[in-house]
Design a protein around this ligand. Structure first.
Ligand code: AMP
Ligand code: MG
Length: 343
């Protein structure tokens, strides 16, 4: 199959809508990352998504809608706290886990009796959903285990020959996947941090809880509330280590490790911020120092670049976990298997 990459136009949207309605898959630009979209009400389309990604069948898909009016038939109830979150943060980078209605196939929810729903901010994403006329199930558009794609080109690298069409909406503004919030109980629980931060949720609801696995690895055999958390994610080929502490100490420790590893024959790259002095050592930029949003929008591209360059060791500067920094550290932490040096 030849994979076309087309800019978002009335014509390409109509083509995308037709492909989705016929049970096929389309690369969908969103403000978070590119998604691999299929008809969320079609079990066969969902199976094709799992197959194209190489995704384990027990990892559920997020269902995307273009307006809140489309939600009632998809869920059994919408708790009060969920309504408040929808009003505050939709359209936007937030997925709410709600009790699912029967029309959502078990393949989409991976056998759970809940479903993740999102109303994206991206105009292109919503236009594609409207063109399809059905809700769109879309996990991140990477092959399973690879960093999520934040450009159409990255999605093509992973999906070339597997799907007919990717709509190119340019680079993703947020750059990390949506916040996943379990809204089935009284106190919403953030299962995966993203662009809607714990601080933002707390501001609206007065309280918030963050799942303990956001910043820690799983213990052997442990059961998780968000199945995606148990899989190795975002991991580059390079062994990845995070350095956390005062900026000067972090820079010094990274430089020392870089030099020792290089002398030992390793290919090393630093994931570090602009303006931090790493001398002539290889650095992949995470953007402006102190900007967690810069780091969010650059991290996945940086992880892909490590692999392209054939690096064997990556040394990363940590970011503060305030705001979207928690989402950055969750993804960076998982890429590094939570190998964090405190200096
Ligand atoms: P991705 O589609 O690649 O962004 O991954 C979707 C994430 O949302 C995974 O980590 C899933 O575990 C999580 N997720 C989706 N649906 C549910 C659900 N019904 N319950 C808990 N987590 C979910
Ligand atoms: Mg993913």
């Amino acid at each position: 199959m030849k994979t076309q990459v087309l800019p978002v136009t009335a014509q390409s949207l109509a083509m995308a809508g037709r492909i989705i309605r016929e049970g096929g898959l389309v690369g969908m630009p969103t403000e978070t990352v590119y998604g691999l979209g299929g008809n969320a009400l079609d079990a066969q389309a969902a199976l094709r998504i799992f197959e194209a990604k190489g995704r384990p069948a027990d990892n559920p898909l997020i269902v995307h809608v273009a307006s809140v009016d489309e939600i009632p038939p998809l869920v059994r109830t919408v708790p009060q706290a969920a309504k408040k979150l929808m009003e505050a943060f939709w359209p936007g980078p937030m997925t709410l886990i709600l009790p699912k209605a029967d029309c959502i196939p078990g393949t989409v929810s991976a056998g759970l009796d809940t479903v993740g729903i999102r109303l994206p901010q991206s105009e292109a994403a919503r236009a594609m959903i409207r063109a399809a006329g059905v809700p769109i199930a879309a996990p991140s558009g990477n092959r399973s285990g690879r960093p999520s794609p934040t450009t159409a080109q990255h999605m093509l690298e992973d999906m070339d020959g597997r799907i007919p069409l990717i709509l190119d909406g340019g680079p993703c503004a947020v750059g990390v996947e949506s916040s996943v919030i379990d809204a089935t109980g009284e106190v919403p629980v953030i299962l995966r941090p993203g662009g809607v931060t714990p601080e933002m949720v707390e501001h609206v609801l007065g309280r918030v809880s963050v799942d303990e696995h956001v910043m820690s690895p799983l213990r052997e055999g442990e059961i998780v509330r968000s199945p995606g958390m148990k899989y190795r994610h975002y991991a580059p080929q390079a062994k990845t280590v995070i350095y956390e502490g005062g900026t000067d100490r972090v820079i010094a420790a990274i430089c020392a490790r870089y030099d020792a590893a290089t002398a030992a024959g390793e290919r090393v790259a630093i994931l570090g911020f602009d303006g931090h002095d790493f001398g002539a050592r290889t650095r992949i930029s995470l953007g402006h120092a102190g900007s967690a949003q810069d780091a969010a929008s650059r991290l996945f591209a940086a992880l892909r670049e490590l692999d392209e360059r054939g690096e064997t060791l990556a040394l990363c500067e940590a970011v503060d976990t305030a705001g979207i920094g928690l989402a950055v550290m969750n993804r960076m932490g998982r890429a590094a298997a939570f190998d964090i040096e405190h200096v």
